[in-house]
Ligand binder design. Structure first.
Ligand code: SAH
Ligand code: SF4
Ligand code: F3S
Length: 463
């Protein structure tokens, strides 16, 4: 028997890249690869890249510089190391990557990674293999399912892609170009994936898509199902305790989604709803096709059905032409909504996007100043939100052991990490926790209800 080949994979960017990386591992496991934590002893290194901002995409080249050294060292030891670039930089730059970094053997776009085994073979015979087409067949129909051991090793919370691509064409964004046109997976396939995950211990599912609430997969009745209906169906799968979805666009929030939050306890009351800016002038220049007031109205629709719902968002500061007044409108919107947390970024011009042609650049110093002010406001809201949990009893889904002996870590409905001292067998259960204090971003507390144990005879230690 030959020794298994070692695979090291590193992901950048969004949750979908994390999910895609797992599916690449599953694909290559079927070819005899096992994962290794270090690039140095790997036979195959995959960088699963992100193109969203210049910094993200340039990181890949510095990593490739380091890998050149590792590949040379391996060659000196008589080992061949193959280097592949996957993800959104692969899609956007294609063969340019090999020109800039000849150390790369394989370039594979996000719609083609199910072809990795063939591409590796092609690279062996031809020296290099590049595939960045959007193939007609659906990769999900071909990808092997994860093995039960792999599902269990990944823990009790899992991502499932249900939708991919985006047709919104915000003027700053590369995603419509790197991930292609919006498409949804059929309901039946999603049910199969979630059932399999639940059968092997997964208790929380996050449905992911670049614009996940544009979901319109074909249902078993032949009709197109909206996201709310999909959530309702998935909530009935035995073992599934919590459902989340990310990322949503404010324009695609329909009644089915609002009703899902109203009617389905498994749908968590925490919504990531990016707005980008609070200025209508900038929102129009971004081609967001909603105003600040439209966004607030969407938030109100959610709040009308679930008072305990909380929101997070994404913001861009320094979009071309953003004035001090526009920026103040963003601060005003943040104050009006009151977020549990949010990500904020300095605008980064991306090749090929309409905004990259816009001339009125905001100076670097102004961008820095605006980013700092926005982050300060968001941080104060996040810390107020976390502090408000102290003294309350909240449901926590326990996920894993903590840093100390006897400590177990879980998450609240709002994804706040929560730590308790408790027996290991609470992992995978939702248990109320009385929160006593806050340590940085983590809540500390104690179990507020007896642990429910499966009916079985007590285990006698040492018997
Ligand atoms: N819908 C996607 C959004 C991905 S991009 C998802 O599934 O997450 C995540 C965030 O990056 C965007 O919401 C936006 O705030 C930010 N972003 C996108 N393009 C950017 C750019 N050119 N410069 C700065 N930030 C950008
Ligand atoms: Fe990019 Fe999101 Fe806009 Fe689509 S909706 S173009 S993914 S920012
Ligand atoms: Fe980045 Fe592509 Fe995700 S550009 S954010 S990896 S969709």
């Amino acid at each position: 028997m030959t020794a298994p080949r070692k695979l090291h994979i590193k992901s950048y960017g969004c949750q979908m890249n994390v999910y895609d990386a797992q599916r690449m591992v599953d694909t290559l496991a079927a070819e005899g690869f096992v994962e290794t934590a270090s690039a140095d002893d790997a036979d195959l290194v995959i960088l699963n890249t992100c193109h969203i901002r210049e910094k993200a995409s340039e990181k890949v080249y510095s990593e490739l510089g380091r890998l050149r050294q590792a590949k040379d060292d391996a060659a000196r030891d008589g080992r061949a190391m193959t280097i592949a670039v996957a993800g959104c930089v692969a899609q956007a730059e294609g063969e340019e990557i090999v020109r800039r970094a000849p150390v790369v053997d394989v370039v594979v776009g996000p719609q083609s990674y199910h072809h990795l085994p063939q591409l590796l073979a092609r690279a062996r015979t031809d020296g290099v293999a590049i595939e960045t087409e959007f193939p007609a067949e659906d990769k999900f129909g071909v990808l092997p399912q994860p093995k039960p051991e792999a599902i269990r090793a990944r823990g009790i919370s899992a991502f499932v892609t249900v939708q991919e691509g985006c047709d919104k064409f915000c003027t700053f964004c590369v995603v419509p170009y790197t991930r292609g046109a919006e498409s949804s997976r059929p309901v039946g396939k999603v049910i199969d994936d979630v059932t399999r995950l639940a059968d092997h211990g997964v208790r929380e599912i996050t449905l992911i898509g670049q614009n996940v609430n544009a979901y319109h997969g074909e249902g078993p009745d032949g009709r197109s199902w909206p996201l709310g209906r999909l959530l309702e169906r998935l909530a009935s799968i035995p073992g599934i305790m919590r459902l989340r979805y990310s990322t949503s666009h404010p324009r695609d929030v329909d009644d089915s989604l609002i009703e899902a939050h109203r009617d389905i306890p498994a749908v968590m009351p925490f919504v990531h709803l990016p707005v980008q800016s609070g200025s209508d002038r900038i929102l129009a220049a971004m081609n967001r096709r909603h105003t600040a007031a439209d966004y607030c109205a969407v938030v109100d629709r959610f709040r009308a059905v679930r008072q305990d719902i909380a929101f997070s968002s994404d913001f861009i500061v320094g979009f071309p032409g953003e004035t001090g007044e526009d920026f103040c409108a963003t601060l005003a919107l943040v104050t009006q909504i009151g977020y549990a947390g949010a990500y904020s970024f300095k605008y980064s011009p991306r090749p090929g996007t309409p905004a990259a042609e816009m001339r009125e650049m905001v100076s670097a110093a102004e961008m820095d100043e605006r980013l700092a002010r926005l982050q300060e406001l968001i941080d104060s809201q996040q810390s107020a939100f976390n502090t408000a949990a102290i003294g309350k009893t909240v449901d926590v889904l326990f996920e894993r052991g903590g840093r100390y002996d006897g400590q177990i870590v879980g998450r609240t409905a709002y994804l706040q990490p929560a730590h308790v001292m408790a027996p290991n067998d609470i992992i995978g259960q939702v248990i109320p926790v009385k929160i006593d204090s806050l340590e940085r971003y983590s809540l500390l507390g104690e179990l507020a209800a007896p642990v429910s144990r499966p009916a079985q005879s007590p285990v006698t230690i040492g018997a």
